[in-house]
Design a protein around this ligand. Structure first.
Ligand SMILES: [Zn+2]
Length: 165
């Protein structure tokens, strides 16, 4: 069944609903009080993304090879030019990610020597990646080396920041 539903944002849009009469009625009420129409939802999503991202139009192949982790602008694929619009993190955020990572590695260097890394056949970068998976955190919690705990705490804070950037 098709219904003209007036959404929370005030716009009316036709939606298709199936199922029992009562369920359809409930769904319509839910739309009216909680949801924006598809255009407004799209705009809200874009506005939110633009706070932290730039939109770059690129060849689809380049997106697949280099930017496949990134979100794309809805309906932005152009079949004629084979291009797509991609949300790429703003440069200053990329810089903050780099800075945070470097700060983490500086702390790691005080917690373990290059020898320790080599024994595990790892670089500081690998160790940080392990740490992000909490492996190292658990290891240090076990050793309970009091003098290292402050550094570990700081490193944890930075890692949480790093993950969320
Ligand atoms: Zn709307």
């Amino acid at each position: 069944m098709k219904y003209d539903v007036k959404f929370k944002c005030g716009h009316t849009e036709t939606v298709k609903l199936f199922g029992k009469y009562k369920d359809r009625e409930n769904k319509i009420k839910w739309y009216e009080t909680n949801c924006s129409c598809s255009e407004c939802s799209k705009k809200a999503y874009n506005d939110e993304m633009m706070k932290t991202h730039d939109v770059i139009e690129m060849h689809y192949g380049k997106y697949k090879n280099e930017y496949s982790d990134c979100k794309t602008v809805i309906d932005s694929y152009n079949s004629e030019t084979k291009t797509i619009k991609v949300y790429v993190k703003k440069t200053e955020i990329v810089k903050e990610i780099e800075d945070t990572k470097n700060e983490c590695i500086e702390i790691l260097k005080t917690l373990m020597t290059e020898e320790d890394c080599k024994k595990q056949n790892k670089t500081y970068n690998d160790i940080l990646n392990d740490y992000l998976k909490w492996e190292m955190y658990n290891r240090y919690m076990k050793t309970k080396k009091q003098e290292d705990m402050e550094k570990v705490k700081k490193l944890n804070e930075l890692c949480i920041k790093y993950i969320n950037l």
